[in-house]
Design a protein around this ligand. Structure first.
Ligand code: PGA
Length: 253
């Protein structure tokens, strides 16, 4: 089955409104009418509306970096899935390792957010990945299996509403990456878990992205692997040329 590659920019806590306007304009310009690949940016909450205007009717998608598990209510400082939809988002990144580390998010917390995102109509990009210590002690497979199993709720999974991002924590922002073979082996394992739990239609349709120091010069090798369906891009998503270079690699891959 053919899965349309998906390239997502995770801006993290970067970019003021003027940066947002120029970066979105640069990406939209370069993206043109390109088909065969889906691309999206995930700015911080404060820049979503500005990004939405800059993106206009172009093919570039919009997402956010987190949402609360509750639909609304007394949660000072938090943002709901419905607010993201209202701001023009299609995607939400959930369970990124920086949120797991900085905010103590557990797999169960992530699953609750995914449920709410789904019932709101957002596509969840669920992040999993081992730390360096876990990799060194040989528990990558077990850690990823636990995260995939418990961070994705049982009810409501659909191929177009779920994206999984495999991001080894030690590769994020470090310039280091696993080999394509090592990453692809984890991707295949994730797909097996999805197949056992949700059946063939979901397992074959879900995009499994690689994330962690993906750049224009290494993207083509990762994206050429049939089990790597795109990328979640941090640092290289902050420059239009770099992000577009990865989108271009996805078109060829
Ligand atoms: P990086 O970040 O591309 O800067 O390594 C990826 C991510 O954290 O999503």
């Amino acid at each position: 089955m053919t899965r349309t590659p998906l390239i997502v920019g995770n801006w993290k806590m970067n970019n003021l409104l003027t940066d947002t306007e120029s970066l979105c304009a640069g990406i939209v310009d370069g993206l043109g009418s390109r088909n065969g690949v889906e691309a999206a940016v995930c700015p911080p909450f404060t820049a979503l509306t500005t990004a939405r205007s800059a993106i206009g009717e172009s093919a570039l998608g919009l997402g956010a970096q987190d949402c609360h598990a509750a639909e609304k209510g007394a949660h000072t400082g938090d943002v709901s899935a419905a607010m993201l939809l209202d701001a023009g988002c299609r995607y939400v990144i959930l369970g990124h390792s920086e949120r797991r580390a900085d905010h103590g998010e557990t797999d169960e917390d992530v699953a609750a957010k995914v449920s709410t995102a789904w019932s709101t109509g957002l596509t969840s990009i669920v992040c999993v990945g081992e730390t360096e210590a876990e990799r060194n002690n040989g528990s990558t497979t077990a850690v990823v299996e636990r995260q995939v199993t418990h961070s994705i709720p049982t009810g409501g999974a659909a191929a177009d509403k779920l994206v999984v991002a495999y991001e080894p924590v030690w590769a994020i922002g470090t310039g280091r990456t696993p080999s394509v073979e090592d990453a692809a082996a984890v991707h295949r394992h994730v797909r097996q878990i999805l197949r056992a739990r949700f059946g063939d239609a979901v397992a074959d349709g879900v995009r499994i992205l690689y994330g962690g120091s993906m750049k224009p010069d290494n993207a083509a090798a990762f994206l050429a692997d049939p089990d790597i369906d795109g990328g979640l891009i941090g640092g290289a998503s902050l420059k239009a040329a770099d992000f577009l270079g990865i989108v271009e690699a996805a078109r060829g891959g």
